[in-house]
Write a new protein. Structure first.
Length: 358
């Protein structure tokens, strides 16, 4: 009996050593895999909504949606005639609308209540006494020339460069300047067509804004070359959310999607890609906006860490993905801790077996 009892104890102890630690090992390995998965960016590759391939659109500098016709409208930067291009959801040209004017530097386009608004507001030298917004009527994209109203606007504090036109739900026009310290200037409710209208400065704005749009909920989306910020007019125009944009050679356009679910961001250049991105809903990580587009040897397929210019022109390394470098470091530390636990468990198991076999 004693011999049998002696033989039984090692088997029982071995079973105990192999059962407990093995369960721990399985649990820790599961945690390790979970952490590794959690550390993967939720949106590793930005989604291309469409590409603008028509040869006539080489410098798309503004984008707006036309939910009445299921279209998007875009304009070329300075140097083009008075015309606007209609695109379908695949980016294919559906036609144009022209107007008999000679714009100086068109930078944005808007749509409200059946009319198109073309913003001739660019002023790189800050030398224009006034800028102009054209309101076009009968905007069927049938390559026709339409009637328009022209509204001239002057800033109360001298000329400014601007690339952003905002039109709220009541049809009121605002312009956002592009300086290091941007500002929002609002037009009169009923602007004159015979005199120059004086804009009213209503709020500060993020720096280096290149396009924007009033969203369905009344908030405002503003983009720079590297990010999108959401500001709330009901909260003193405070920035309430932000996110990095995908890399673009010269990102100068933004529109809410036709269905309102997300945003589209586009760039100047031939065969330019228009990306879809979610509406920012929190203060995510993003590079510092600069006066010039970010430099890169080749376009990055995802908004991963890249070198972008800071506001003062100096370059800085940033990670514009949600969670940023801090999130990646935290995950790495947790994984390292899990590995240590696994190693400790393995040592514990081996020692236990050694004791059991004595």
């Amino acid at each position: 009996m004693g011999g049998a009892e002696t033989r039984t104890r090692p088997r029982g102890r071995a079973a105990a050593w192999s059962g407990g630690p093995r369960v721990v090992l399985v649990a820790v390995l599961t945690m390790l895999l979970t952490l590794a998965w959690a550390g993967t960016p939720a949106q590793a590759k930005p989604k291309v909504a469409f590409k603008i391939t028509d040869e006539a659109i080489a410098e798309s500098s503004g984008l707006t949606r036309d939910p009445d016709r299921g279209l998007y409208w875009t304009v070329n930067d300075s140097g083009d005639t008075g015309r606007v291009f209609a695109l379908n959801e695949s980016g294919e040209l559906q036609g144009t609308v022209s107007f008999r004017a000679q714009p100086t530097d068109v930078e944005a386009v808007g749509y409200h209540d059946g009319s198109l608004y073309v913003a001739d507001i660019g002023d790189n030298e800050s030398s224009r006494e006034f800028v102009t917004v054209y309101a076009l009527f009968d905007t069927e994209p049938n390559d026709s020339t339409v009637l328009y109203h022209a509204y001239d606007f002057a800033y109360p504090d001298g000329p400014h460069d601007a690339e952003t036109l905002l039109i709220d739900g009541d049809g009121r026009i605002s312009l956002v300047t592009k300086g290091k310290k941007g500002a929002i200037y609002q037009a009169p409710e009923d602007p004159s067509r015979s005199e120059v209208n004086t804009l009213t400065r209503v709020a500060d704005a993020p720096g280096y804004v290149t396009d924007g749009q009033v969203l369905d909920d009344g908030r405002i989306a503003l983009r720079s070359y590297v990010d999108v910020k959401i500001i709330d007019p009901e909260d003193d125009y405070r920035v309430v959310a932000k996110a990095a944009t995908p890399f673009q050679p010269q990102g100068e356009s933004l529109s809410q999607e036709l269905d309102g679910d997300g945003l589209l961001v586009g760039s100047e250049g031939k065969d330019s890609a228009v990306y879809r991105m979610d509406l920012p809903d929190r203060m995510g990580d993003a590079p510092s906006a600069g006066a010039s587009p970010p430099e890169s040897a080749e376009p990055s397929p995802s908004p991963s860490a890249r070198q972008t210019p800071a506001a003062d022109g100096a370059a800085e390394d940033t990670d514009p993905t949600s969670g940023g470098a801090r999130g990646g470091t935290t995950t790495a530390v947790l994984i390292a801790a899990a590995v240590a636990i696994v190693a400790g468990g393995a040592v514990y198991l081996l020692r236990g077996r050694a004791r059991a076999n004595k």
